[in-house]
Design a protein around this ligand. Structure first.
Ligand SMILES: C[S@@+](CC[C@H](N)C(=O)[O-])C[C@H]1O[C@@H](n2cnc3c(N)ncnc32)[C@H](O)[C@@H]1O
Length: 404
């Protein structure tokens, strides 16, 4: 039987393994998810020492189970439609002006493939005849890639927030859709870690989408991944990131369009200007005094934010712990009473748990709060969305009885 101290060591080591494999910062790793995996192993009769030894080796079944438990796979078709409009109206014409005979896209951190197929549908629908389309989807989570390869989706992959901008699927059964053959045939999936460069055999891309992935990463890991992404772009190619993932252009890229679009372009060699001249040197006396100064005390850990707590709740849902997620969301709402994304999430969890009255009460509050806001006001959440999205979701729920 393992002692409490040994179990704590296993948990701490497990978090280190997750963080080094994924690039996640420690606060983005769900303690419940890690705890659940470790406890399941201990309950199978394995000792803490055995687990610690396994955690020293890369790629073991235990490491895989930990990754599967903490990786959040939330996604849907044509998520953030403005970026797909940008792809069709700006990025594709720019690629065609470069004169290539193919359009190549990469969906990096594609989860179950909705984003990859949406890119492929958009490229197919906007490319002139004779231009070949190829789209690659990569993710760390092999299970999600299997779902992606099947190309069969339910209603959860189709949301009001992601309108069907281009032909993408056919209905095959009630609430089930299958990706169109034409879209499927230009799409492929492969396992890939954003902390490592994509193998050169995949070539370079006219457009890369990497959205809602870096949001979990440590600052260092963000820089590593951005370096790989920027290097995989053809000169003149575009990178699209999630809404709140960076606040200034990644090294080597320039911003295109408004900040909320999070679109960046790799300049062509012609456009590259010589690097700015170094600024005037500091006087020696200033440098000395800086060196001699004692380092400032470490800042206190940041207070949990509504978005941080909500993200943790999503990880719990992802790990199958819906009750834990609901408890966390309740606490979140006690602290951040008008936080619409958490309220909507909790309402959906209540509905799924059969607590219909509670779900309806929450949805009424969502609708009332959203109705008082300007429809286009962006509400911060794991995914920033306009107030009208919350109003429409609550209306649909209250009218139809449920959102699947
Ligand atoms: C929230 S989903 C985003 C899906 C899609 N990009 C979107 O915006 O709808 C995040 C995905 O990133 C993947 N991921 C996390 N860390 C990764 C890493 N280091 N390398 C590759 N994929 C990673 C997760 O497995 C998960 O499927």
């Amino acid at each position: 039987m393992s002692s409490g101290v040994e179990s704590q060591q296993v948990l701490a080591r497990a978090r280190e393994v997750v963080s080094s494999c994924t690039g996640f910062r420690d606060t983005a790793i769900s303690p419940t998810a890690v705890d659940r995996v470790v406890r399941a192993e201990l309950a199978r009769g394995r000792s803490a020492m055995e687990l610690l030894a396994e955690l020293q080796r890369p790629g073991t079944p235990l490491a895989r189970a930990l990754l599967d438990a903490v990786l959040v796979g939330e996604t849907y078709f044509f998520r953030h439609p403005e970026q797909f409009r940008f792809l069709a109206n700006e990025a594709v014409p720019a690629a065609l002006r470069r004169g290539g005979l193919s359009l190549r896209g990469w969906s990096a951190g594609c989860a179950s493939g909705e984003e990859t197929y949406s890119i492929a549908a958009c490229l197919l629908n906007t490319a002139p005849k004779g231009v070949r389309v190829e789209v690659l989807g990569t993710d760390l989570h092999e299970g999600r890639l299997e779902i992606a390869r099947r190309g069969l989706y339910g209603n959860w992959s189709r949301r009001e927030a992601g309108p069907l901008l281009h032909p993408l699927y056919v209905e095959v059964a009630e609430s089930r859709v299958s990706i169109l053959d034409a879209v499927r045939s230009v799409t492929r999936f492969a396992q890939g870690n954003l902390l490592e460069p994509l193998p050169e055999s995949y070539g370079s891309f006219d457009v890369i989408f990497c959205r809602n992935v870096l949001t979990y990463f440590s600052p260092d890991a963000v820089q590593v991944a951005l370096g790989h992404l920027a290097r995989a772009l053809v000169p003149g190619g575009h990178l699209l990131l999630g809404t709140v993932e960076v606040d200034h252009p990644p090294a080597g890229l320039v911003r295109v369009g408004p900040p909320e679009l999070q679109a960046f372009r790799r300049p062509t060699p012609k456009e590259l200007t010589p690097p700015p001249r170094p600024v005037a040197r500091e006087p020696e006396s200033v440098k000395m005094s800086v060196r001699a100064a004692t380092p400032p005390p470490a800042p206190p850990p940041p207070a949990p934010t509504a978005v941080g707590l909500h993200t943790e709740a999503l990880q719990r849902i992802e790990g199958g712990d819906e009750a834990g997620a609901a408890t966390l969301l309740e606490k979140l709402l006690q602290q951040f009473r008008d936080y619409l994304p958490g309220m909507l999430e909790l309402a959906l969890l209540r509905e799924r748990a059969g607590a219909r009255e509670a779900a309806f009460a929450l949805m009424h509050t969502v609708r009332d709060i959203a109705a008082r806001l300007p429809p286009d006001q962006i509400i911060e959440g794991p995914e920033p969305l306009p107030a009208r999205f919350y109003r429409a979701s609550a209306d649909a729920f209250l009218t139809l009885g449920a959102i699947e």
